[in-house]
Design a protein around this ligand. Structure first.
Ligand code: HEM
Length: 158
């Protein structure tokens, strides 16, 4: 039998970047017409971002847990993310306006949220063992092998 040697890698963080968590919570399932437009708005934005790398978007992954859908995104900078959100020629700004139009005539059947974190070299730790190369922070910016100098979480953070 072939012996399996797990490959351990870590994200190669050379410069600051941004982790952006964005999502929605379906507060009232049966009011489909209130939450479905928000749900449907996300896909085209992700397609737009993958097609236009100059916007500063790096990658995204969607997670579903109960009533909450979260899209985990990596961006080159806070400025790039902010500029995309405000750009009226892209898909986001109209969706923003449409959301508040629906929200003020609705019942709160859908909640939305986002959280933005700046990731800086020396302040982040990661480890991947036998994971797909495109996964997570490492997938967004590239990985490097764990060595004897980056054996522990503290060393990898440093
Ligand atoms: C790729 C997906 C998305 C990205 C990167 C994104 C990014 C952002 C960012 C950065 C802001 C803050 C803008 C600022 O205050 O300067 C924002 C606000 C907002 N977004 Fe998105 N968003 C995304 C998807 C969506 C979707 C699908 C909706 C539709 C429901 C939405 C609705 C809103 C609304 C309503 C605000 C304003 C919230 C407030 O300040 O009251 N966004 N978004």
């Amino acid at each position: 039998m072939t012996k399996h040697i797990p490959v351990r890698t870590m994200a190669d963080v050379k410069e600051p970047l941004v982790l952006f968590l964005i999502g929605m919570r379906i507060n009232t399932f049966w009011r489909v017409w209130e939450w479905l437009p928000s749900f449907l708005a996300m896909g085209p934005m992700i397609v737009e971002l993958y097609k236009n790398p100059e916007l500063g978007f790096l990658s995204a992954r969607t997670e579903m847990a109960g009533r909450t859908i979260t899209v985990i995104q990596y961006w080159k900078s806070f400025e790039a993310l902010e500029a995309y959100a405000a750009n009226s020629e892209r898909k986001h700004r109209p969706a923003w306006t449409a959301f508040y139009k629906r929200a003020t005539s609705g019942t709160g059947a859908v909640g939305i949220f986002h959280e933005t974190y700046v990731i800086r070299p020396g302040e982040v730790e990661s480890l991947y063992v036998d994971m797909p190369t495109e996964f997570g922070l490492g997938g967004a910016i590239g990985t490097k092998p764990v060595t004897s100098k980056s054996e522990t979480a503290r060393e990898r953070k440093g």
